[in-house]
Design a protein around this ligand. Structure first.
Ligand code: NAP
Length: 320
């Protein structure tokens, strides 16, 4: 009997997630779970995906990743449905809002949408054995995490820890997530730091996964034709993005961006816990493995993992 190939894409109602869901169906997946925050948005996305691909493989799931109860419920619903997942594309996330947005759990919204909700969902699926042997997990990162994109500077958390918390890196990370002093909200820097957290999380989760299953961070690259930019600060909408569209090599299509997720999901088991993005100082083009010192920082990865476990109410996956 032939086995069913299943993928799940978070944030598949628009932009890169929608395109990734379409490409997965076009690549022959038999079941593609499409998630969004409301049933209406998911239903509309599925109708458009069916029209685009001619395939009837899409299945709806609602989840608001800002709400940890919703992430728990979505995982429970998948477990109840009972079919394993081969490819998990953790794409959902927001561009940095102009004004700081905190979620009910007291965490800044770029961190909850791109990381904390994904942590809860992924951990529960792994604990339930719902990620199939040899599963491929990909989470959306960003070139912003590297520190070589103007107006996106990851916060130096080691320095914050040394200057304000007696060297306690976990305290600095938690202050950044909760936006408590000395952390301050700067849209680009907060987003860049959230994407460093994503890369750290994937590196740490990679050490805990069952043999053969992998997780990698992938930046889709500079992709202006999604919905992300609609909530971004004025200077980004009016200056940066139009400039990116004009300068050759500064942006690429949604198909190219989403194709990066599928490319890395196709890598073998030896590629695990890595962060892939455009070549240093570039925003598009072929994927390269990033080896920046602050991304590879093992103490940051471990501290981040501990803080994510705490702020998500004690959810912390360990392979059985
Ligand atoms: N576009 C770029 O240039 C670029 C570059 C680097 C990285 N990225 C990353 O790529 C990912 C996708 O972005 P995009 O450009 O495709 O943006 P987009 O068109 O706005 O799509 C974002 C998706 O995420 C969902 N989402 C947002 N917050 C959520 C939450 N709290 N819970 C559940 N779903 C949520 C949205 O659902 P709703 O329909 O409910 O809003 C939507 O489906 C993000 O992680 C982003 O950081 C994008």
């Amino acid at each position: 009997m032939e086995s069913t190939r299943t993928a799940l894409v978070t944030g598949a109602t628009s932009g890169l997630g929608f395109e990734a869901a379409a490409q997965l169906a076009e690549a022959g997946y038999d079941r593609v779970v499409v998630t969004g925050r409301t049933q209406a948005k998911v239903d509309s996305a599925i109708a458009r995906l069916e029209t685009r691909t001619g395939a009837e493989v899409f299945e709806a799931l609602t989840v608001d990743l800002d709400d940890l109860g919703s992430a728990e419920a979505a995982a429970g619903e998948l477990v109840a449905r009972g079919e394993g997942i081969d490819t998990l594309i953790l794409n959902a996330g927001i561009a940095p809002p102009q004004d700081m947005r905190m979620t009910a759990s007291g965490i800044e919204a770029t961190v909850t949408s791109s990381l904390i909700g994904h942590h809860v969902l992924t951990s529960r699926l792994l604990e339930a054995g719902l990620v199939n042997e040899g599963g491929r997990l990909v989470i959306a990162g960003s070139e912003a995490a590297r520190g070589d994109v103007p107006t996106f500077n990851p916060v130096d958390l080691e320095a914050m820890a040394a200057d304000h918390f007696g060297g306690d890196l976990e305290a600095a990370i938690e202050a950044q997530m909760r936006m408590t002093p000395p952390a301050t909200y700067k849209p680009g820097d907060t987003y860049a730091t959230a994407k460093v957290f994503v890369a750290w999380w994937a590196a740490e989760l990679a050490r805990r996964l069952p043999a053969g299953t992998t997780v990698n961070t992938v930046s889709p690259g500079s992709t202006p034709d999604t919905n992300a930019i609609s909530n971004a600060p004025f200077y980004m909408r009016k200056f940066m993005v139009p400039l990116f569209r004009l300068v050759p090599g500064m942006s690429h299509s949604v198909a190219d961006g989403a194709g990066r997720y599928l490319e890395v999901a196709g890598y073998g088991p030896e590629v695990n816990g890595e962060f892939f993005a455009s070549k240093r100082k570039k925003m598009t083009g072929p994927l390269y493995r990033m080896d920046h010192e602050h991304i590879a920082d093992r103490s940051g990865q471990q501290a981040l993992w501990n803080v994510v476990g705490r702020v998500s109410g004690g959810v912390s996956y360990e392979a059985a």
